[in-house]
Ligand binder design. Structure first.
Ligand SMILES: [Zn+2]
Length: 445
């Protein structure tokens, strides 16, 4: 589909197109599960309603045709539903255009820039929620097998107050060295003193993703992050030593004792000792050891690529928002880095609508596209609070007015147990990781 085809679509054609793509339901396929009690809702004229007598809320769903789509806002405030505009906006998001660029392209004759700006911002925000959800769900479904897996993380923005710095949009990437397959996960915000970096990952936030993602025959290759080594050890996985960005150690080759690996991992490494075609083998061996490159920064590169998408879309750097907005933007950027284009965006909107309609995501149509309500699937499961997507019904809002709150409180709200004194944790060089290198933020002016 080209932009010209998308641009010339009438409302009627756009609706037909969105329906075919699954972004909007067909009248036959419309069905909803109550987001409070998870029982099927009953159709009553043009609305759906929860008829379960023991349901605490028995909600009503108006405008089922656009429920759990970015178009719901139009229906609930009674204005004409702009299907064509949504479709055009999906195209520009898929092309990784920033809001500012999109406004110039999406304006139609007779529209003022400011009215377009309002719609574009609204759609962009909502489309990113769906993309972030799809990416989170995908990443949770992937388990590496017979791989050397590299973990790394980066932050996508910072909010400052006179007494503290909040590191936003922290994103964990796990990447397989041989398949180049990667997954991304949102990490909670951290708080530090002004002038300090974001600090290392904590065990609480990396334990679960490592445990989930490291399947049979895998070996970890973390950079210096102590949490990764610990998490790998507790998951029963060996890790390669040798790279420590913080201590500026970049040993090109490291060795791992064969007897320390389980049978399947040993088998995987042995296979990699054989050259395939003209390719040099990735692993060498002696009687007791496997020798392998310690780290090739590939996870760090992927973090950098996600940042590049963030920058293109105008989402990188400082922000006034201290909640989860950056996490949503980062996971949406990860989704677009994995696959860009209109089809990707439409597929994410379809997936999110269906999961909301089926009660897998338990949120009301009004809440479904609010950043602060995404916490439970973006962040919470990392702490083991949520087993599967959909297990936790509601989320606690994360919007915190930092100026008004005492420091302890803020940290507790943003990320339990993560208020730390950076000086204690990082005696030297901690800053290098997040102020230099591929995944770095631009210098803060
Ligand atoms: Zn109900």
């Amino acid at each position: 589909m080209t932009y010209q085809e998308v641009h010339s679509m009438s409302q009627k054609k756009a609706l037909a197109f969105l329906t075919k793509a699954g972004v909007c339901p067909t009248s036959k396929s419309m069905s909803f599960v109550c987001w409070k009690c998870k029982k099927d809702m009953q159709k009553n004229g043009s609305v759906f309603r929860c008829q379960n007598r023991s349901c605490s809320q028995r909600p009503r769903l108006t405008a089922p045709r656009v429920a759990f789509t970015p178009l719901f806002g139009f229906a609930s405030n009674g204005t004409d539903i702009d299907y064509a505009m949504l479709l055009r906006t999906c195209f520009t998001v898929g092309a990784k255009l920033s809001n500012d660029s999109a406004i110039q392209m999406l304006r139609m004759p007779g529209q003022s820039l400011s009215s377009v700006e309002h719609k574009v911002d609204d759609f962009y925000t909502k489309i990113k929620v769906a993309l972030a959800y799809a990416e989170t769900k995908y990443s949770r479904s992937v388990q590496f097998k017979d791989e050397i897996v590299e973990p790394d993380s980066g932050r996508m923005g910072v909010a400052k107050t006179p007494s503290q710095k909040i590191h936003l949009g922290r994103t964990l990437v796990l990447k397989g060295r041989f398949t180049k397959q990667w997954i991304a996960k949102a990490l909670p915000n951290t708080v530090s003193k002004p002038g300090r970096g974001m600090g290392a990952e904590s065990r609480a936030e990396v334990d679960q993703p490592i445990k989930d993602a490291m399947g049979a025959g895998t070996l970890g290759a973390p950079d210096g992050g102590r949490a990764f080594h610990g998490a790998l050890r507790d998951a029963g996985k060996s890790s390669l030593h040798g790279v420590n960005h913080m201590k500026k150690v970049f040993t090109p080759v490291t060795r791992v004792l064969k007897s320390s690996l389980d049978a399947r991992t040993r088998q995987m490494m042995e296979k990699k000792c054989k050259s395939r075609g003209s390719k040099e083998p990735a692993v060498a061996q002696t009687k007791l050891y496997f020798k392998v490159a310690a780290g090739d920064n590939s996870a760090e590169n992927t973090v950098g690529c996600i940042k590049k998408v963030m920058r293109r879309m105008g989402n990188l750097g400082r922000t006034r928002s201290k909640g989860l907005q950056k996490n949503v933007q980062a996971m949406a950027a990860a989704a677009l880095h994995r696959q860009c284009g209109l089809d990707r965006v439409l597929a994410a909107l379809k997936e999110y609508r269906l999961d909301c309609s089926k009660g897998i995501v338990q949120m009301s149509p009004k809440d479904a596209f609010l950043h602060e309500k995404c916490e439970w699937y973006l962040i919470k499961f990392l702490e083991g609070a949520v087993d599967v997507i959909g297990a936790a019904g509601s989320a606690t809002g994360m919007s915190v007015d930092l100026e008004a709150e005492p420091q302890q409180q803020v940290g507790a709200d943003l990320a339990p147990g993560r208020v730390h004194d950076e000086a204690k944790l990082a005696p030297l060089g901690r800053l290098d990781l997040c102020t230099g290198g591929v995944g770095a933020l631009p210098p803060e002016e």
